[in-house]
Ligand binder design. Structure first.
Ligand SMILES: Cc1cc2nc3c(=O)[nH]c(=O)nc-3n(C[C@H](O)[C@H](O)[C@H](O)COP(=O)(O)OP(=O)(O)OC[C@H]3O[C@@H](n4cnc5c(N)ncnc54)[C@H](O)[C@@H]3O)c2cc1C
Length: 270
């Protein structure tokens, strides 16, 4: 779509070059920005020329730059001890994607959209990702992905604040995982995307519930829980009004599917 309110596209080579004001919007892959009118925006700030390496693997973990494209994440091959890397592709496949999204959309663009079915949110939350945010004034700050999204299409970003990168810690990448996804229609948007990770010796079982709730939810257990224990924990954390209801499923359906898939995952990892 042609955005006829846009008067200028800035292509800064450093963050310091950006003089933020109302009407500016960061441009990632543009797949959402160019999909509907942006009446409040007159200037796009294209992040591409900032030239950040898409993926940086270090002993601390994997740093995903804001500008990393979905296709680049898909092509990543980690060291064998990072047993959770195959989860990248599984989450990417769960994304309702066109060719354009696959090749142009960025990981940060998906996270900043903060939609319940944001598959990059599910992935990075499940792998205990930590966002580095660059405010316009002030020092960079760190926020776990699970706390970054605050609701449907809302997040903690302040005016002009940039999501610079997401670090997936090596410890989380080394865990075993299981994942399930459900959609009401064959290629539909996720109604529930549930992931669990567990460390060696059955320790540190982390269940991440997403898509069926407005924002991702973590339930952490010292050891892989029993079925009844996990079921009770889900119900305690998510009362009937905590489920996300939309055209992709009613709240009772999403609650039911979440319990069903979570139990499959728990049994698989037990
Ligand atoms: C056909 C189609 C199918 C889709 N299916 C799904 C789906 O199944 N699940 C789902 O979640 N979404 C879906 N979407 C929406 C999807 O989330 C976005 O199109 C895509 O993820 C956005 O990525 P982008 O890099 O293109 O972001 P852009 O369009 O460039 O930007 C998206 C928003 O994020 C802001 N932004 C981008 N990068 C940053 C940054 N680094 N820091 C701060 N703000 C930033 C932009 O200003 C803008 O507000 C779909 C969209 C289409 C068109």
């Amino acid at each position: 779509m042609n955005l006829n309110t846009i008067a200028e596209v800035k292509r800064p080579r450093s963050f310091e070059e950006i003089e933020w004001r109302d009407g500016h919007a960061f441009l990632g892959g543009g797949t959402w920005l160019f999909s509907e009118p942006q009446v409040a925006t007159d200037t796009l700030v294209d992040l591409e020329r900032l030239g950040w390496p898409a993926l940086t693997a270090t002993p601390a973990g994997l740093e995903i730059a804001a500008t990393c494209k979905i296709v680049e994440l898909h092509d990543f091959k980690g060291p064998p001890e990072w047993r959770a890397v195959p989860l990248f592709d599984k989450c990417i496949d769960a994304f309702l994607m066109s060719f354009k999204i696959w090749n142009a959309a960025t990981v940060a663009g998906n996270v900043c959209m903060s939609l319940p079915a944001g598959a990059m949110i599910s992935l990075t939350a499940a792998l205990e990702g930590v966002c580095t945010l660059w405010p316009q004034d002030g020092k960079p700050r760190q926020v776990p992905v699970v706390d970054f999204v605050t609701g449907v299409h809302t997040n903690v970003l302040q005016k002009g604040e940039l999501l610079r990168s997401i670090l997936l810690p090596a410890k989380a990448l080394s865990k075993r995982f299981a994942m399930r996804q459900m959609s009401l229609t064959r290629h539909g948007r996720s109604a529930a995307l549930i992931i669990a990770t567990v460390g060696d010796g059955d320790e540190d079982f982390l269940l991440t519930i997403s898509a069926s709730t407005p924002r991702p939810v973590h339930l952490r257990f010292k050891k892989t829980p029993l079925a009844a224990e996990m079921c009770q924990a889900i119900d305690e954390r998510l009362p009937p009004d905590a489920w996300f209801q939309d055209v992709h499923g009613s709240a009772p359906y999403k609650r039911h599917v979440t319990h069903y898939l979570a139990e499959q995952i728990r049994a698989e990892l037990s």
